[in-house]
Design a protein around this ligand. Sequence first.
Ligand SMILES: [Zn+2]
Length: 267
Amino acid sequence: MKSFPIILADIFSTGMYKISESLMEISYKNGEMQMIYPYGFYYDYTMIILIPAILLTLYAQGKVRSNFERYLRVPTRRGYSGAQVARILLDQNGLRDIPIEIARGQLTDHYDPTRRVLRLSGEVYQGSSIVAVSVAAHEVGHAIQHANRYVPLSLRNAIFPVARFGSSAAWGFIMIGFLIPSLGGLMDIGILLFAAAVLFQIITLPVEFNASRRALELLDSNGLIYSVEEEEGAQNVLRAAALTYVAAMASGIAQLARLILIRNRRR
Ligand SMILES: [Zn+2]
């Protein structure tokens, strides 16, 4: 007879691969490179720690989908495309030398700090919907952060290489350390690598919230959105996008906590 927590863990584990697949999809689609980890590592009662993060992730995904679908269909009254909005706002902030390119795919919008290029997906580049102008202004927000040497962004860029290595290498170390008890030390190394990736996600939050705050101010002060409805729409779109970063961070922290529990139990 299985205990209740184990049954609960079983129920969640069946849905887990599906969820992690759709998480992968989000992280792939999001040009800003959110890092998301597979949940499918060793099922036991400690899975329960992951449940709130999983629910938050599902909620955030739903929010993004519904808000983007809704506001892609709402044109702004000014009628400027995302590319035009980005150009106006970049120029106004002394960033005439930053080119705007089209990125392939959906939700691939990002600012590339190494090449100093703003890339917008086709929908955003050409469209003049609330989504298009909001996302374009958000990416300009990142370009301004970079130009102003905004500290959380510099920190994030500095730990990115470690975090990227950590997120891919961690699971190898953890698995080997877990399966071969005499190599238990490897599990600790893996957990540390994983922690570096989680740290990256934590630093991502202020960077994202700040870029969205800048975006709303820029749109507002330049009259690029000028009704209460447009403002609300832009807020909804940017808030939903920000929530996916919160969810990614929550998943990262929950998984780290779970890994530490598993490690301590094996001592
Ligand atoms: Zn962003």
